[in-house]
Design a binder for this molecule. Structure first.
Ligand code: PLP
Length: 429
C-alpha cells in the first residue's frame, strides 16, 4: 500500500520539532516507544463495549486481559481499591463522575479557572458549568495560596453536592485531609482531579489523595508519562449514599455507579489500544526508575523556580512543590501571549496562562506556565534548567528581536542534540 506521504511527512516534522526544542508545557511529556507501539497496535480494530468479562461484543477474550492488566497495574500503582481505565480523556473522566454522582442543577465547588483551575470543574463555557451550578474557591492575592478557612466558609455557604480539588496551574501540594473534613461537614462527595501531579503522587513525592477523597480522576499523559487518556479511581469502594438499589433490591456500590457513568453514560466503545498503552505506562511507573525520574522532575522545577526568583521574576506562591510554576510577567512588561510567541521563536515551548487576579484577557494573559516533566524525561538536570532560565530571561528581554531569538534558538538546538529522543529506527514515525 502506498504510504500516505502528506500525513507521515507532517508526523516527521512534528518529531523534528519535539527533538530540536525545549518542551516546557507542564501538561506534556514524552512517552516511551513501547507506549506508542501499543497505542498504534491492532487493538485499535476492536470493539469492546462493556467491561472485562461483561461485554456487548464477541471476540473480547484478548482485550479483556489487556484491560484487566491495566486495571490491576493502576490499582497497585496508587493503592486503589477500584480503577476504571476507559475514559478517553481527563475531561471525560470528570464528566463521567459528574454524570454518575450529580443531578442537573446540583451545586459544585471547584478551583477557579482564572486562578489555575480546569475547565471541566465548572467553567461556564464547559458542560460542567452549564448543567450544574458552579461555585469556586481560589488563591489569596498576596500569598498565591489557597486559604482553607475560606474554602470551608464557601462550602458552608453554597452547600455543594461535590467538592473538587486539583488544578492545571497550581504549584503547591493539596491538603486532602482538610478538604475531606470540609466535604463531610457539608455532606458533599470529594473528588480529587490529580491530572497534573499524578506521577509525582504515584511515586510518593506528594500528599496521597487516595485515603481522603471519595473519588480520584486523572489524565495519563502528564507526569504519569502514558498515552493521552483519562482514569477514575477510588481508595475504597463504598455503598452509594443515595440508597440506590439493584432490581433485586441489593444496594449498589459506588464502583458500579462510576462504571456506568463511563459506559454507557458518557462513552461507547473503549479505546483498547490506548488502554494497552496505559497498561505499559503503568508498568513503567511501577519500576524503581520512575521514583528517581519523578524526584528529578521536582528538583528541576525547584532549581528553575529559584533561578527565576533570583532574576526578579514573580512566581505565584513564590515557588513550587511539584513539576510546574506560574510566572506573572507584569513586572517584566511582557504579556503571556508575547512571551509564548518570543519563546516559540527560540524553540522553547511554553503556554501563556492567566495568573490569579489577571488584568489581561484570557487570550492575552499576564503569565506563562512552565513545567519540567518533559525535559526531565529527555535527561535534563538542574544545571540545564538554570541554562533554560538564562535563555528565557534573554528572550523576554528582547521579545521583538527576531535575529536575537534566532541566535538563542541555535544554542537551544545544539544543547538539545545532546539528549536524543526516539532515535531508534521507527520508534516514533
Ligand atoms: N483536569 C485537569 C486538572 C487538567 O489539567 C486537564 C488537562 O490539562 C484535564 C483535566 C483534562 O484532560 P484532557 O485534556 O485529557 O481532557
Amino acid at each position: 500500500m502506498m504510504k500516505d506521504k502528506l500525513v507521515f511527512d507532517l508526523i516527521q516534522k512534528e518529531l523534528d520539532r519535539q527533538q530540536h526544542g525545549i518542551e516546557l508545557i507542564a501538561s506534556e511529556n514524552f512517552t516511551s516507544p513501547q507506549v506508542m507501539q501499543a497505542a498504534g497496535s491492532v487493538l485499535t480494530n476492536k470493539y469492546a463495549e462493556g467491561y472485562p468479562g461483561k461485554r456487548y461484543y464477541g471476540g473480547c477474550e484478548v482485550v479483556d486481559q489487556v484491560e484487566q492488566l491495566a486495571i490491576d497495574r493502576l490499582k497497585s500503582l496508587f493503592g486503589a481499591a477500584y480503577a476504571n481505565v476507559q475514559p478517553h480523556s481527563g475531561a471525560q473522566a470528570n464528566a463521567a463522575v459528574f454524570l454518575a454522582v450529580l443531578k442537573p442543577g446540583d451545586a459544585i465547588l471547584g478551583f477557579d479557572l482564572a486562578h489555575g483551575g480546569h475547565l471541566s470543574h465548572g467553567s461556564p463555557v464547559n458542560f460542567s458549568g452549564k448543567v450544574y451550578q458552579p461555585h469556586f474557591y481560589g488563591v489569596e492575592e498576596d500569598t498565591g495560596l489557597i486559604d482553607m478557612d475560606k474554602v470551608e466558609a464557601k462550602a458552608l455557604a453554597v452547600k455543594p453536592k461535590l467538592i473538587i480539588c486539583g488544578a492545571s496551574a497550581y504549584s503547591r501540594d493539596w491538603d486532602y485531609a482538610r478538604f475531606r473534613a470540609i466535604a463531610d461537614q457539608v455532606g458533599a462527595l470529594l473528588l480529587a482531579d490529580i491530572a497534573h501531579p499524578a506521577g509525582l503522587i504515584a511515586a510518593g513525592h506528594l500528599n496521597d489523595p487516595m485515603q481522603h477523597c471519595h473519588i480520584v480522576t486523572s489524565t495519563t499523559h502528564k507526569t504519569l508519562r502514558g498515552p493521552r487518556g483519562g482514569i477514575i479511581m477510588m481508595g475504597n469502594d463504598f455503598e452509594n449514599p443515595w440508597g440506590r438499589k439493584t432490581k433485586k433490591g441489593n444496594p449498589i456500590k459506588m464502583s458500579a455507579i462510576l462504571n456506568s457513568g463511563v459506559f454507557p453514560g458518557m462513552q461507547g466503545g473503549p479505546l483498547e489500544h490506548i488502554i494497552a498503552a496505559k497498561a505499559v505506562a503503568f508498568g513503567e511507573a511501577l519500576q524503581p526508575g520512575f521514583k528517581s525520574y519523578t524526584a528529578q522532575v521536582i528538583q528541576n522545577a525547584q532549581a528553575m523556580a529559584k533561578a527565576f526568583v533570583d532574576k526578579g521574576y514573580k512566581l505565584i506562591s513564590g515557588g513550587t512543590d511539584n513539576h510546574l510554576m506560574l510566572l506573572d510577567l507584569r513586572s517584566k512588561g511582557v504579556t503571556g501571549k508575547a512571551a509564548e510567541k518570543a519563546l516559540g521563536l527560540a524553540d522553547i515551548t511554553v503556554n501563556k496562562n492567566m495568573v490569579p487576579f489577571d488584568t489581561e484577557t484570557p487570550f492575552v494573559t499576564s503569565g506563562i506556565r512552565v513545567g519540567t516533566a518533559a525535559v526531565t524525561t529527555r535527561g535534563l538536570k538542574e544545571h540545564d534548567c538554570l541554562q533554560i532560565v538564562e535563555w528565557i530571561d534573554a528572550a523576554l528581554s528582547q521579545p521583538e528581536n527576531e535575529a536575537f531569538l534566532s541566535d538563542i534558538r541555535k544554542e537551544v538546538n545544539t544543547h538539545m542534540a545532546q539528549f536524543p529522543l526516539y532515535e531508534e529506527a521507527g520508534a516514533a514515525v
